[in-house]
Write a new protein. Structure first.
Length: 180
């Protein structure tokens, strides 16, 4: 498989939210809440109020699994920003996190984006640590890509082109996040 065929996935801890607007990726994924609030990562991208406006207008509810794709968000270098609902409140229930990730993974597979930056609130999942969240993110995206490859191959499984996932972690920052 050529390098260009391998989707790259970066998981950004909250420490890098300052640079989200300048991140060079096909799509950035950020969280919104059911109460209409933005995650710190979404707020970092909302320099011109476009995300706030989408939430206020009801284009996305913020409920777990709700999504909205924004294109050409002013101030963001990424071509697309995917807003994902994770429920209401400061903490996220495990089932809400899992449901939201499944929806995000499906959207990313359908988009065919090759360079994706996930800036999600992985430390806010009740009773779980960042290591669990990162493992679940990688597994969800991998499963969605495999399913897409299977469908594109006409449902013939082994005859479809192989799909692999390159997960790029910001190791030093992820280690710091897991200690908190």
């Amino acid at each position: 498989m050529k390098q260009a065929d391998v989707p790259a996935l970066a998981i950004a801890p909250m420490a890098v939210r300052r640079s989200l607007a300048t991140a060079d990726s096909d799509c950035i994924v950020v969280a919104v809440s059911g109460g209409g609030g933005l995650s710190k990562q979404a707020a970092a991208l909302d320099r011109y109020g476009e995300i706030t406006e989408a939430v206020a207008s009801g284009d996305i509810s913020g409920e777990p699994g709700s999504t909205l794709l924004l294109r050409n968000l002013r101030g963001a270098r990424a071509a697309r920003v995917l807003l994902a609902g994770f429920g209401s409140g400061p903490s996220i229930a495990e089932k809400d996190f899992i449901g939201a990730l499944r929806r995000i993974a499906g959207c990313l597979a359908a988009l065919g984006a090759r360079r994706v930056l996930l800036a999600l609130p992985i430390r806010q999942v009740t009773g779980r640590g960042p290591d669990w969240a990162i493992r679940l993110i990688v597994q969800s995206v991998h499963d969605a890509w495999l399913g897409t490859a299977y469908v594109l191959a006409g449902g013939h499984g082994a005859t479809g082109r192989p799909v692999s996932l390159l997960a790029t972690f910001l190791i030093n920052r992820a280690r710091r996040a897991s200690r908190l």
